[in-house]
Design a binder for this molecule. Structure first.
Ligand code: NDP
Length: 322
């Protein structure tokens, strides 16, 4: 059976995301086949599409999606046809049907609809590991982050506030600033106001940790914002990747730490995946976590979705619907 799917022929800009036909894949051992309900759009797919991250072409992107199980492969115990599931480590999700490892999915609670379930896993579990594991946030910490109205940014701010931190963040427009503020950020400023704001809020000491998903443009300022023994968590490069740098700067800055994590290493076992997934879905179902879907595009307009994300015109989550 044929289906509609996005195909990328080789490294390209967003115009390389072309709707085409491909065979509906069958579930192999340990896998399930899913009729995709909604697809979360993420920066990782722009890195794969453009060649920053290596993939085999022709390539169908798609790491995050929700849907209903339509086929169960040999050896799969915990899922059956008809289950509502979501994943943040699926493959080839920009399609009507996808096949994914059963160990990489989780059931969506009845109280959470499938659009929200596609919007939450990747950015939600990222925010979860950032505040629990990359740097363990404590009540009273002062934390700097950026893009407070972005997909990760809105969720990260809410989790930081649940942990009792003071949050300084940035946004580039008034609409984005209002959204970041509504998510609970204490200080929402322009990028060129970061150093002055950190100095004022921390009385010159610097912040306990910086969560930096912007990368190239913010890295130096992030290091400079840290207090003695502070931690820089570099989790992305929305503005470009950080070039190699001299480790001696960590010594001179006050015994600083830098880590460069990725989600896959924090949901590598089913136990860890289900812990994080259960927390974020549970908080959402209980109304403790607000998930903003900023834009929804038909699958055929995947190129427009990538263009919007890369040109920083989006807020919250961007979804595709097949
Ligand atoms: P966002 O929704 O946050 O979009 C990116 C935002 O970054 C923009 O809206 C913009 O906000 C800001 N920005 C600043 N400079 C630039 C620039 N030059 N180009 C584009 N955007 C810029 O995206 P996501 O929430 O999906 O992802 C945020 C970051 O988190 C990305 O770097 C992504 O790779 C990373 N990530 C990392 C993961 C990990 O495990 N390591 C997992 C998930 C995401 P403004 O206009 O307000 O400045």
């Amino acid at each position: 059976m044929q289906q509609e799917a996005i195909l990328v022929a080789g490294p390209s800009d967003a115009s390389g995301l072309i709707l085409g036909q491909r065979e509906v894949p069958d579930a192999g051992p340990g896998q399930v086949q899913v009729k995709v309900a909604a697809i979360g759009v993420n920066f990782i797919e722009t890195y794969q599409r453009s060649g920053v991250y290596k993939v085999d072409y022709p390539f169908t992107p798609g790491s995050e999606f929700s849907g209903v199980v339509t086929q169960v492969g040999d050896g799969v115990q915990n899922y059956k046809v008809g289950d509502r599931i979501a994943t943040a480590s699926g493959a080839n999700g920009y399609a009507q049907y996808a096949v994914v490892e059963a160990d990489a999915i989780a059931k969506v609670p009845d109280a959470v609809d499938l659009n929200v379930a596609a919007a939450l896993p990747l950015q939600g579990m990222t925010a979860h590991y950032l505040v629990h594991n990359s740097y363990m946030v404590h009540k009273g910490d002062v934390i700097l982050t950026y893009a407070g109205a972005g997909g990760v940014g809105l969720l990260l701010t809410q989790l930081l506030k649940l942990k009792g931190a003071t949050v300084i963040t940035t946004a580039s427009t008034q609409e984005k600033k209002d959204l970041a503020k509504a998510a609970g950020a204490d200080y929402v400023v322009d990028y060129d106001q970061v150093a002055a704001t950190v100095a004022e809020v921390t009385e010159g000491a610097g912040v306990h940790a910086v969560y930096d998903g912007i990368g190239k443009d913010t890295f130096d300022g992030s290091l400079a914002a840290l207090r003695r023994r502070g931690t820089l968590v570099l989790f992305g490069g929305a503005s470009g990747q950080v070039p190699p740098f001299d480790l001696q700067r960590l010594n001179a800055g006050g015994s600083l730490s830098v880590t460069r994590p990725k989600l896959g290493d924090f949901i590598a076992t089913p136990d860890e995946l289900h812990w994080r997934f259960g927390d974020i879905m549970g908080w959402t179902a209980a109304g403790q976590l607000d998930v903003r879907i900023g834009a929804t595009y038909p699958l055929a307009q995947a190129a427009a979705a990538h263009t919007a994300l890369e040109s920083r015109s989006t807020t919250g989550k961007v979804l595709l619907v097949p």
